[in-house]
Design a protein around this ligand. Sequence first.
Ligand code: PRX
Length: 649
Amino acid sequence: MEEPIISVLKETRVFPPSKEFSGKARISSMRQYRELYRKSVEQPEQFWAEQAEQLHWFRKWDSVLRDDQGFFKWFEGGRLNVAYNCLDRHVEAGKGNSIALIWEQENGQATTFTYAKLLEEVSRMANVLKGNGIGKGDRVCIYLPMIPELPISMLACARIGAVHSVIFAGFSSDAVRDRVQDSDAKMVITSDGGFRNGAIVPLKDIVDKAVKECRTVEKVLVVKRCANRVVMKKGRDSWLHDQLSSVRSDGCPAESLHSEDSLFILYTSGTTGKPKGVLHTQAGYLLYASLTFTHVFDIREKDIYWCTADIGWITGHSYTVYGPLANAAAVVMYEGGPSYPRPDRFWKIIEKHKVSVFYTAPTALRALMKQGDDWPDKCNLKSLRLLGTVGEPINPEAWMWYYTVIGRKHCPVVDTWWQTETGGIMITPLPGATPLKPGSATLPFFGIVPGIVKEDGSRAKENEGGYLVIRKPWPGMLRTVWKNPERYKHTYFEQFGVYLTGDSARCDRDGYFWIMGRTDDVIKVAGHRLGTAEVESHLVSHPTVAEAAIVPILDVVKGQALYAFVILKKGNKPSDRLRQDIITHVAEHMGKIARPEKLQFADDLPKTRSGKIMRRILKAIAEGAKDLGNTTTLADPSVVEKLAKGRIA
Ligand code: PRX
């Protein structure tokens, strides 16, 4: 990449596209990007219809887009199958022997699946599902570690029209229970355990606890991974390998599904304690995941692509499974901890499998950066040609480290902004066209019309912060909140009449977007999206806790961490032991990712006269701010001083 030039704003260094991409990528100049972008927003139906030709259809659509009273329908009348698009059509095109999946185990062994092999495995799995009474529209919860059975189960569901709901394997029993209950799942697929940093996480035990309270679950399929002891409940539980060995056929026809049939539900955190079941459907989601993957990573036949996200989150859904496989890419999937057994594990995997396109989160970069440059310097990272980040704002220091130490100044860094709800990447550089500014996700993808609005709905000025909205529908957008269409309308469309992202951002003179953070009660801890209300509900489920409030504090590695204020029930005394006990309780019930970093006992919380907790003030206290802002609207302003004195530094 050429030496950086100074931008017109003189605020950031700008990195123009490198020789490897400029003039060579699919979108290889700003002019080409702007022309296609203009078409995509001025004639969206024509644009998306042309793009949709890339997919395999059993029947083409009648209409491209319809607004059904705020619920958007894409490609209605069309019929297709997502698994067919990800597997069969590549095998039919002679790519059966191409690599689909390289699975790196935590112990260092690796297994490779060709497209033909993956198709066979998915078909057999689909037959197991059918044999267990799973059919079109049934919900299947998948609670698995990063093992091949995870994408195989997802694709098997997609093949027969069942709706999968993957639950991140770092969640604990109550979080699993809530998600299984809300989806009314008929089946849960899990494993005896999962390897993480050399230890075994007892996943089946967690499922046992969770499904005790889930009436709808009829079957639990168990993958044998760690050979740890588990209890199998007769009539409900069975080993997957037993079921697979009794499957008679390796073939399973792909169901012809409507474009708007449900593909999956993925729970994500919002403002209330109950996580939202974000619903994605078939055609629009697949098209959007696939097209963004093609262009953002400018993927080539020889590429070995690795996304480090867990498949339990949307990044893994769209950019380990559906986007890459729809493009017939070779995908690396890694089972274990990022620093196991040593901090060079990521770099070793890149070296070993000759990864050329690498996609990870700023948190991981900051954590690895802390370990020093020696680790990556000692590895051969020459295979890399493109780097990506996602999940949270990347600070310019981490960006520069990624670009310099990992990318050796010749790999573009694509900082991709998007959400569970958007299905795919929304604001992003295109490596052959977009000059990069460290810390900015840059420009909108085709068909995406972002805007920044102020509280009163008016447009923000250049560089003025405001609410990030998306003004037009796009194929990958969520269709609704599962079983809760009112929440869909209320959360995303009520305030401004256009899609509200929940993020604040500003847009600079070059039209570049700079994401500033969330505007709601969502906190991003190490890139994981947590709702304060959900964590608080797990705090108050501790027998000694009367009331709790969570606020974010800055963390140099995780970006944000959780700070908890806890009021104890009468008769309980604060102590270090009790503090630890409450923190462990949250970890056990919700998951380690939700563990508060700091917990302060309080006698009272700052509330308005109508009883609303003023989080703004709590946040200022937790951060140790000198100026706590206006406290005159509080019912009892003296509370603040006491809390500030008891702050845990
Ligand atoms: O706040 C934004 C942040 O992550 C949120 C979405 O989280 P989730 O649904 O878990 O999806 C994460 C993976 C797509 C957003 O509302 N976020 C995501 N990407 C970026 C980001 N913040 C800044 N820069 C990004 N590139």
